[in-house]
Write a protein that binds this ligand. Structure first.
Ligand code: CTP
Ligand code: CA
Length: 226
């Protein structure tokens, strides 16, 4: 694999990556979250670093070691993640949104632990939509001027190509990567579907580590072409 990166494909690039789930508090001891181990995002961070890039990894709550040579910033909620990403995106040249962001959060987080009231009544939770981090970044001046190349992921349970293509256009990103099912949460391997303006291609089932390297090579090739 080393040979793949000589000369390093991403020298001079600054890659910003989100990874893992977000956690949205209900009260101080409870919350809602998404299924995501963070493995794919962390593998991409390692691959980007090996390809010579400066790498910033914004991670939700995961149990993974920080890749060597990568700057890692831990966050909890989607709002925390957005704040850090907006700041770091000002200097990045590539943004890869691999995080499984919770789409909704409780409208308010209770200050103290919600107690059972003894009647069997359950708390009525109200939700509000979280900001779309990828779409927000893709709309920035930098991204629209082509100085920040944005890559999204898509988690779908059906009609992957159709949904991924629609999502690519809706989010306004040049490259959208679909996870080819069945669910790969927490697994060490995966298969990916790459969708761009030219069409689509599949990266067949392999370790997330190997797919990270292949994805980095695909991104570098697209950057070189513009
Ligand atoms: N994403 C994001 N912020 C959100 C939701 C999603 O940055 N609040 C990013 C994800 O990291 C991923 C892409 O957007 O790169 C697509 O996420 P996905 O959950 O598949 O799509 P959604 O737009 O949330 O639509 P839905 O879940 O309804 O399919
Ligand atoms: Ca979603």
């Amino acid at each position: 694999l080393e040979a793949l990166f000589t000369p390093p494909l991403l020298t001079g690039q600054h890659v910003l990556i989100t990874a893992g789930p977000t956690f949205e508090a209900i009260d101080p001891v409870r919350g809602i979250t998404n299924l995501s181990s963070g493995k794919m995002g962390f593998a991409i961070a390692r691959a980007a670093r090996a390809a010579g890039a400066q790498v910033t990894l914004v991670a939700g709550p995961v149990h993974l070691p920080t890749p060597r040579g990568v700057r890692r910033i831990d966050v909890r909620s989607a709002q925390n993640m957005l704040a850090i990403v907006e700041e770091k995106a000002r200097e990045a040249t590539i943004f890869i949104a691999a995080a499984a962001v919770a789409d909704w959060r409780p409208a308010t987080a209770a200050l103290h632990k919600i107690k059972k009231d003894g009647t069997g009544d359950v708390p009525a939770l109200e939700f509000v939509e979280n900001p779309d981090i990828l779409a927000t970044v893709a709309r920035t001046e930098r991204a629209r001027a082509g100085r920040l190349y944005c890559v999204g992921f898509a988690a779908e349970s059906e009609n992957l190509l159709e949904h991924a293509s629609a999502k690519r256009e809706r989010k306004g990103v040049p490259l959208l990567v679909g996870n080819i099912g069945p669910a790969t949460f927490g697994q060490d391997d995966n298969a990916l579907l790459l969708v761009d303006a030219q069409g689509h291609r599949e990266l067949p089932r392999a370790s997330k580590e190997a797919l990270g390297h292949q994805l980095v090579a695909e991104i570098a090739r697209r950057l070189a072409a513009v």
